[in-house]
Design a protein around this ligand. Structure first.
Ligand code: SF4
Ligand code: SF4
Length: 113
């Protein structure tokens, strides 16, 4: 684990990008400038990040870095569900458990990758 990932556990994790359907009101994609090829229509009201509307979600925007870490290729444009996850909150803990990773203490920091 690099010094950076010790400071920011998200860089060595990415579990919440591989655990849930990341859905949002369809107009948010255009408002944030999300590329169309990275989103999918769920119904007339909702879109989701491509790759997350399956039994084994894996967001198409999740990148693997050369050192084995993770990064979001649309971090500045990521939709609301991605902004709401906090390190150590229920979604974080459930996602990490799903991927065999230990729980992290709540630290009030937003996910950053
Ligand atoms: S918020 Fe939690 S589950 Fe999501 S990348 Fe960060 S440490 Fe992993
Ligand atoms: S858009 Fe980025 S932060 Fe959101 S699930 Fe995909 S890779 Fe993760």
């Amino acid at each position: 684990m690099s010094d950076t990932s010790e400071l920011n556990p998200c860089l060595a994790c990415g579990a919440c990008c591989k655990s849930y359907r990341v859905s949002f009101y369809w107009a948010e994609a255009e408002q944030r400038g999300l590329p169309a090829f990275l989103t999918e229509q769920v119904n007339p009201f909702l879109s989701c990040m491509a790759g997350t509307n399956t039994k084994r979600p894996h967001c198409a925007a999740l990148l693997r870095s050369s050192d084995g870490g993770f990064a979001c290729r649309v971090y500045e444009q990521r939709p609301a569900p991605c902004r709401e996850v906090q390190i150590g909150d229920d979604k974080c803990l459930q996602a990490r458990a799903r991927h065999g990773l230990p729980a992290l203490p709540v630290d009030g920091l937003s996910r950053e990758m």
